[in-house]
Design a protein around this ligand. Structure first.
Ligand SMILES: Nc1ncnc2c1ncn2[C@@H]1O[C@H](COP(=O)(O)OP(=O)(O)OP(=O)(O)O)[C@@H](O)[C@H]1O
Ligand SMILES: [Mg+2]
Length: 253
């Protein structure tokens, strides 16, 4: 399948500088390529050499603790560098082109690593400021994203005082406000109550962005056409959700 995808010239455009092409671009598939990409930490191999193409709008990632899921995801946004092989996002090598980072929004497994500024709405605004969004637009966009998450009451709160779930919602807002093309969510529901879990599930279902969802919450990815199962740093299954979940259950014993 990977070789049949068109190599579109627009894939190599600096899109942030070329807004008018953005709409055309968004009609194209996600294009993430792992080419023998592996990650070792000293003698420990966190990810064994992996080659695959990710081109689906929704991709689930499941597996036991320590199986390599977060390592896999960090390769996509350049937070981790492959110690062998390479990873290309829309044709750009994530190891040496910082430009690729702008395309990928990453919701961290620990949301406290996400929020940098003390006050929630300042943190959400920060991503917009650094992308050159006019001041006059920023406040309205921050309000809108908080409202979208039913979290307007969190805007003026100190991030370090928030509960785990509140922080997870704030982290989602601070990433989604910038409108990334690809969203990676690393266990986005692990601290959420039932109400917020349903909110996040619906949000994922309705996202226009491409989303890669890493989770132990199997219901969250049950409808996905493609789910990767990692085991001991290697891909143990790459299949529609039902088949992948069955394989995961076998592995988990
Ligand atoms: N910075 C690091 N230094 C050393 N070892 C690491 C580092 N990061 C990850 N590892 C190891 O790599 C392996 C894979 O870790 P990873 O975080 O990718 O697992 P995971 O599948 O996301 O697990 P979990 O479900 O617990 O989040 C683990 O054995 C982990 O201890
Ligand atoms: Mg992880």
């Amino acid at each position: 399948m990977s070789e049949n995808l068109p190599s579109h010239p627009l894939l190599h455009f600096p899109r942030r500088r070329c807004r008018s092409l953005r709409l055309i671009y968004e009609g194209l598939n996600l294009d993430i390529r792992f080419e023998g990409a592996a990650v070792s930490y000293g003698a420990r191999q966190a990810l064994q050499p992996l080659s695959l193409l990710l081109a689906e709008n929704r991709i689930g990632v499941i597996g036991l603790n320590g199986s390599g899921k977060t390592t896999f995801a960090r390769l996509i946004n350049g937070l981790a560098k492959p110690t062998a092989g390479r990873v290309l996002v829309n044709g750009r090598d994530t190891a040496d082109e910082r430009g690729a980072l702008g395309d990928v929004g990453f919701i961290f497994q620990q949301p406290q690593n996400q929020i940098i500024l003390p006050i929630v709405k300042d943190d959400i605004a920060f991503g917009l400021k650094s992308r050159g969004v006019p001041k006059s637009e920023i406040e309205a966009r921050v309000e809108a994203v908080l409202t979208r998450f039913g979290a307007a009451h969190l805007g003026s709160r100190r991030a370090h005082e928030l509960s785990g779930g509140e922080l997870q919602i704030a982290a989602l807002a601070s990433v989604l406000v910038t409108g990334p093309d690809i969203l990676i969510l690393d266990e986005p529901t692990n601290q959420l109550d039932l109400k917020n879990r349903v909110l996040v599930q619906r949000l994922i279902e309705g996202l226009p962005e491409n989303a890669i969802v890493i989770t132990h919450d199997l219901e969250l990815i049950a409808g996905f056409g493609r789910v990767l199962v990692f085991h001991e740093g290697a891909l143990a299954a790459d299949a529609p959700a039902a088949e992948a979940i069955a394989r995961y259950r076998e592995i988990a014993g």
